[in-house]
Design a binder for this molecule. Structure first.
Ligand code: GLC
Length: 445
């Protein structure tokens, strides 16, 4: 339990208070200043944190997100809050409303996507609703009935538009789509992006996180924004993007999450008598993407790799993404054991200098490791949560428990930071990050 700071009861109360404070009405901002809008995978985690507090409010969160779904099925990575400035690139820079035929009518969104963790949130909402009376159960079930077609459409879009070669791996056209924006996984792919003239811009993030060493560099930002210009030229059309984008990678982590999410949705569909054809398709995708993930792995170590479609090269960096097969399942016994040993060993959670035994975003022994810099080393509590949840689901109760208790020990400082320095445990990036509070609430719920 906590080695400093708050007791579990105090911590849960503070986490609930934080989510309440970040609540804009029908959406929760990802963080008060740095991220004043709704982010797709953040919203799913936020719903997971809200579910034990209020099933109704958790449903509202997902409803808001899904009402911004694009006509092709994509869930956009940002849904902009009305009348809120202070984030760049905002709606004007994305230009989706003017350029994209698939963009939703009512809401302003970005033009890319994020990891498909939403099925977990739907499952948590249904689980929590069962502990309540008829009215709350009915709200959760009515939500599922109403949104089932949208959830399937979302998964179908990923399986079709983002896996055109049907090899069971999801293609991304921007590093932001991975949710791990500046992970060293994308360094070589970005190195091949030749940024043309990018319209002038001012970074807002550096006004909130004043230590620039904790954020991506300006060079990185130029490339991020250049990719937006490329997408705008393609008018965000799925078929155009695969032909024109100078950044295109197959993300093994997203593919594994997708496989797992398809399985979860299929089970929900079975339990709630959804159309057989949907359930069959979901099971099929779960299997196709599981195989896709396994096809990237090293036979002995079980470690997974991404693939750079433009460079035609495998990407093998020692980041948290090598553990993708633990999420999707499908490795043979020996390789799975080896991969778990790596997870728990000195390259990751068992590194002797770590303050808490939780997985850093990049291995401290990697040459790419930077302890302060965003996805290049720091610990992201929401990742700890994801692995603890996955491990519990896979029947590894003890491992799940250990991650949970270490994650809670880390969170007991009460800062609910976006990410933490692995050796000192100091909070970094944005404070009062919604998904960090959500992880804590689920753990303590
Ligand atoms: C950062 C993270 C991304 C997250 C967003 C909002 O961009 O890299 O994963 O969704 O912040 O929290």
């Amino acid at each position: 339990m906590p080695d400093r700071g708050f007791t579990p009861t105090q911590l849960a109360a503070r986490a609930a208070y934080l989510l309440r404070g970040n609540d804009l009405g029908t959406m929760t901002s990802a963080a008060p200043r740095l991220y004043p809008h709704m982010w797709s995978w953040d919203a799913a985690f936020v719903a997971i944190g809200l579910a034990p507090l209020s099933v109704e409010r958790a449903v509202v969160e997902l409803d808001t997100l899904l009402s911004a779904q694009w006509r092709n099925g994509m869930i956009p990575h940002i849904v902009f809050a009305n009348g809120v400035d202070g984030y760049f690139p905002g709606p004007a820079r994305w230009g989706c409303r003017d350029l994209a035929a698939n963009a939703p009518l009512g809401m302003q969104t970005s033009g890319i996507t994020q990891p498909p963790v939403h099925a977990i949130a739907v499952q948590r909402i249904l689980d929590h609703s069962r502990r309540h009376g008829r009215t709350t159960r009915a709200i959760a079930e009515e939500f599922l009935d109403r949104r089932w077609p949208d959830l399937v459409r979302w998964h179908r879009w990923l399986a079709h538009a983002r896996d055109t070669s049907e090899n069971g791996r999801i293609t991304l056209f921007h590093g932001w789509e991975s949710g791990m924006d500046n992970s060293p996984r994308w360094d070589t792919a970005y190195a091949n992006v030749i940024a043309g003239a990018v319209p002038a811009y001012t970074r807002e993030d550096l006004a909130h996180v004043t230590d620039a060493a904790q954020r991506p560099t300006n060079r990185e930002y130029d490339r991020y924004l250049w990719l937006l210009e490329e997408m705008k030229t393609a008018r965000y059309e799925d078929t155009e993007l695969s032909a024109t984008m100078s950044f295109a990678v197959e993300d093994v982590f997203v593919s594994a999450v997708f496989s797992m999410a398809c399985e979860i949705l299929a089970i929900i569909g079975e339990d709630h008598s959804k159309p057989h054809s949907d359930v069959r398709e979901l099971h099929y995708w779960a299997e196709r993407f599981r195989k896709g993930v396994i096809s990237t792995t090293d036979q002995r170590s079980g470690a997974a790799r991404d693939y750079d479609l433009r460079g035609g090269t495998w990407i093998a960096t020692d980041t948290i993404a090598i553990f993708a097969p633990l999420i999707s399942g499908g490795l043979d016994r020996e390789a799975e054991r080896a991969l778990l040993r790596t997870f728990e060993g000195p390259k990751f959670c068992g590194h002797p200098d770590l303050r808490y035994a939780v997985p850093p975003s990049t291995s401290p022994v990697s040459k790419d490791f930077r302890p302060f810099e965003y996805w290049r080393g720091p610990i992201w509590p929401v990742m700890t949560w994801l692995f603890s949840w996955v491990f519990a689901r896979r029947g590894w109760a003890e491992r799940a428990h250990l991650l949970r208790s270490e994650g809670l020990r880390q969170a007991s400082d009460g800062s609910f930071a976006e990410y933490y320095e692995p050796f000192t445990g100091n909070p970094l990036g944005s404070m009062q990050q919604s998904w960090t509070a959500a992880a804590v609430l689920d753990w303590l719920g």
